[in-house]
Ligand binder design. Structure first.
Ligand code: IPM
Ligand code: MG
Length: 366
């Protein structure tokens, strides 16, 4: 039997509760499709700090190295808020993981089912069919990681801080490849977002993307947009986009904007794909919900498990090659919502169910 191994890093807040739901769904899917799943759990984020003194303990990183994928919960919370920025659970776990596994491609689907339109801050008449788009964000380059990155006191006593934005052609091409692959499974439309009217990196970005698409995928309709305009267009008419391709910092900002117009964070999943191949010759990846730890509702059994379950589906698809199993999970989640099962964040006057009941409803439909 085919066996896939993955690291489970539940993290903090609602992370452990919704992780339990995802593991139950994965197990049922494995049974149905005749593959085996093996996982080990390790602390990360605040749990890592409490149990081993840092947000990404060495043993946790080792476990990830022995695995073919990482299923990540969420990290952070008020308890660790006063730590220095570089030691904060989110930054001190996600950034080193991205670097360690060269997780250069962040794939965030922006999906809002038509029946959940009231969850969006946009007027329903602007999005009658809901929203269905994907943001492809470069994740290991740009201003997040460029050198020099430093703060220094100058001779005149003034202080300056420097971040450096760097992109190489090869980095742009490999993320363009992910956008091409994504668009090929969709409507074959990509909008590349940059700031080529101001930034050198963006001038290179636009040139490389244009040439690469012309050479590798001339059938795809490629457009370009400045990031300030893209932020506006996303709020005005999100469905003009299908696949957005952009660099690290712009993607950080635009993907949050996309998330909020898609309504509940409890429904949004994401994949961060690496350059390396796993034992099954597929990309190593980290899979996590887009939302946070929701400390206000943690431990109450009312969190929405959908984002974690959908992240697990992305793991099956991208790192384990189980596309059909992944699609079935996505359909089961959709069907449960359509049938009226709603956690509090997506209830809008309907009776809200808890995490367990929501998970059961999804399992029954699988
Ligand atoms: C994200 C987060 C991270 C980022 C933070 C926690 C470092 O905002 O995944 O979008 O900026 O990339
Ligand atoms: Mg962000």
């Amino acid at each position: 039997m085919k066996t896939f191994t993955f690291a489970v890093l539940p993290g903090d807040g609602i992370g452990p509760e919704v992780m339990e739901s995802a593991l139950a769904v994965l197990q049922k899917s494995a049974d149905r499709h005749g593959f085996a799943l093996k996982h080990e759990e390790a602390p990360v984020g605040g749990a890592g700090i409490d149990q081993a003194g840092k947000a990404l303990p060495d043993a946790t990183l080792d476990l990830c190295r022995r695995s073919e994928a990482i299923l990540f919960g969420s990290v952070g919370g008020p308890k660790w808020e006063n730590l220095p920025p570089a030691e904060q659970p989110e930054r001190a776990s996600l950034l080193p993981l991205r670097k360690a596994f060269s997780l250069f491609a962040n794939v965030r689907p922006g999906l809002l089912y038509a029946e959940l339109c009231p969850a969006s801050p946009l007027k329903s008449e602007r999005i009658p069919e809901g929203i269905d788009m994907v943001c492809i964000r470069e994740l290991t380059g740009g201003i997040y990681f460029g050198e020099p990155k430093t703060t220094r006191t100058l001779e005149d006593g003034d202080i300056e801080a420097i971040d450096t934005m760097v992109y190489r052609k090869s980095e742009i091409e490999r993320i363009a490849d992910v956008a091409i692959a994504t668009a090929q499974g969709r409507t074959k439309k990509v909008c590349s977002v940059d700031k080529a009217n101001v930034l050198e990196t963006s001038v290179l970005w636009r040139k490389v993307v244009t040439e690469y698409f012309a050479q590798k995928a001339p059938e795809i309709e490629l457009s370009h947009m400045y990031v300030d305009n893209a932020a506006m267009q996303l709020a005005r008419d999100p469905n003009q986009f299908d696949v957005i391709l952009t660099e690290n910092m712009f993607g950080d900002i635009l993907s949050d904007e996309m998330a909020v117009i898609c309504g509940s964070l409890g429904m949004l999943c994401s994949a961060s794909l690496g350059v390396g191949k796993n034992a099954h010759d597929l990309p190593f990846g980290l899979y996590e919900p887009a939302g946070g730890t929701a400390p206000d509702i943690a431990g109450q059994g009312i969190a929405n498990p959908c984002a974690q379950i959908l992240s697990a589906a992305l793991m099956l698809r991208h790192s384990f090659g189980q596309d059909q199993a992944a699609s079935e999970i996505e359909s089961a989640v959709r069907q449960a919502v359509t049938d009226g099962f709603r956690t509090g964040d997506i209830a809008f006057g309907k009776e809200a169910v808890g995490t367990k009941a929501m998970t059961e409803a999804i399992l029954e439909r699988l």
